[in-house]
Design a protein around this ligand. Structure first.
Ligand code: AMP
Length: 280
């Protein structure tokens, strides 16, 4: 497995791989890899000839009071996991390599990124689309694999790819959960045992919502009220949003149409911001 820090080197490798007819699969990550990331790698390996994993904690997607400094950085462990999973190349550039002094170009999706996380994290999607477009230009992927756990991010990236006519297929892998249901996240490492137990209320509430729809509930208000009530029983959990949205456009739904929507939650568990969603 090769590890590459230089943009130019990564780009010339990618260009020569492509010209030799090899299909490139990219899995963009911020590192601190867990099974959720590794299953995206498995999907990329099935679909592509060469798999590149990028590991880059992207400063432009963090707001000034967010956890950029604190974000876990465990490169050696990540490289070991990538090696064991059969990754061909890891691209782990420095911040200066990606954003040299004087950097001033950003790309912004204006519609899908406006709601949900876009409200509470106004810098976030502009940073994500910018870094993903840069990573796509550097690694020239035929396909890039993202996780359904970040459903709005998937929708925003798909829209950017369509709007900007990028030659990359966006593949979405399912949310990988701990055995008790907690969605895996690098930020789970921030949680104490007590906080982790409280965090579990998020996936439990989503499962309750799905059961309600299975049993015939069609009122969005009832679903949202039930989730909000369930979360309110946990004193460390503060809801940022609970919404039922169209799974492609992320537009707010007024009535449940099974198979077309997901219910999505963002919440603080003390100082840790977690998100999760489930298809209805
Ligand atoms: P991150 O390192 O958190 O930026 O995530 C990198 C990629 O992994 C994104 O496409 C995420 O959606 C995906 N991902 C993170 N957690 C999970 C999970 N539990 N299951 C599936 N994919 C995930």
């Amino acid at each position: 497995m090769q590890t590459i820090q230089s943009v130019n080197e990564m780009q010339s490798h990618a260009i020569s791989l492509r010209s030799s007819g090899r299909l490139i699969g990219l899995v963009p990550t911020m590192g601190s890899l867990h099974e959720g990331h590794l299953e995206l790698i498995d999907i990329a390996k099935e679909k592509a000839d060469k798999v590149i994993v990028s590991i880059f904690v992207n400063p432009t997607q963090f707001g000034p009071s967010e956890d950029y400094q604190q974000y876990p950085r465990v490169l050696e462990e990540d490289l070991e996991k990538c090696r064991a999973r059969g990754v061909d190349m890891v691209f782990n550039p420095s911040v200066n390599e990606m954003y040299p002094e004087g950097y001033s170009t950003y790309v912004e999706e204006e519609h899908i990124s406006a709601g949900l996380c876009g409200i509470s994290r106004p810098h976030f999607f502009r940073g994500v689309t910018t870094v993903c477009l840069k990573l796509f230009n550097i690694t020239r992927p035929d396909l890039a694999v993202f996780g359904q756990k970040d459903a709005q991010q998937c929708a925003v990236i798909k829209k950017m790819v369509a709007d900007l006519n990028l030659p990359t297929e966006i593949v979405v892998g399912p949310t990988v959960r701990e055995p008790d249901g907690l969605a895996m996240s690098s930020r789970n490492t921030y949680l104490t045992d007590v906080q982790r137990r409280e965090a579990l209320s998020i996936s439990k509430a989503l499962r309750i919502a799905k059961e309600m729809v299975g049993e015939g509930t069609r009122s969005v208000d009832r679903i949202v009220a039930e989730i909000t009530h369930h979360l309110s029983l946990h004193r460390r959990v503060r809801v940022i949003y609970v919404q039922v949205v169209d799974k492609e456009t992320m537009e707010h739904a007024t009535e449940i149409v099974p198979g077309k929507q997901l219910v999505t939650v963002a919440a603080w568990v003390d100082q840790t911001r977690l998100i999760d969603n489930i298809e209805l």
